[in-house]
Design a binder for this molecule. Sequence first.
Ligand code: AP5
Length: 218
Amino acid sequence: MRLFVMVGAPGAGKGTQAAILARALGVPHVASGELFRAAIRGETPLGRQVQEFMGRGALVPDELAIRLILHRLAEPDAADGAILDGFPRTRPQAAALDAALARRGAKVTGALYVGVREQELLRRLSGRWLCRAEGHSYHAVDHPPVRPGVCDIDGSELYQRDDDRPATVRARLERQLPPMYEVVDHYTERGILTAVDGEQSIEQVTEVLLRAMTQPAR
Ligand code: AP5
């Protein structure tokens, strides 16, 4: 089993890289935020529980996040592994993942930490636009679509995430960075963390991560 976790602040590029790495490894890209947003769109009981936390930039309670991800990892397509994007985000989540994998005789193969300065995170998130159909990502300045408001790839409408408003982005950073550093410590202590400078180009970041993933055991 090859199970990698992406660690990084909101806007660091976890989702961008996780999608590329999952394709390269042939394992699913499991994004906790995306699963929560799907629950909100579907107006499920979970969606109703998490909406308020996400709306104010807070983390969803550990218990809900753990249940959601462990359930997803038990699906057949994740039997050989996955790229986890956005989970774990706290030490209790990291410990719960370790325990669940140990019950399957497995463990986290490697943790990939994408580091980006706060000013750049704010810039990235406030300029981000996503397509409704597939979530293809654009940036108002770095990567604008050919036709404003329309996805180049599938022609669907582009929208901004509710939590990408500047005030909510600041709240996300303020609340979520301290527990994220604890997750960094968790994997550093286990000797399986690779840190990459996330302010390089997307291609350069991918190259460093792919190299680390092929020689994860140190
Ligand atoms: P989630 O959806 O996971 O959001 P996030 O962590 O805030 O991360 P983002 O999706 O905003 O950014 P990213 O790091 O994926 O960057 P991206 O690749 O998009 O979580 C949303 C919410 O759900 C949380 O706030 C929380 O409430 C809840 N939640 C989720 N998981 C949870 C958990 N485990 N426990 C509790 N609560 C949980 O890139 C950002 C932008 O930068 C894009 O425009 C992209 O094109 C651009 N970009 C990417 N890489 C580069 C680069 N190298 N150079 C220039 N631009 C780049």
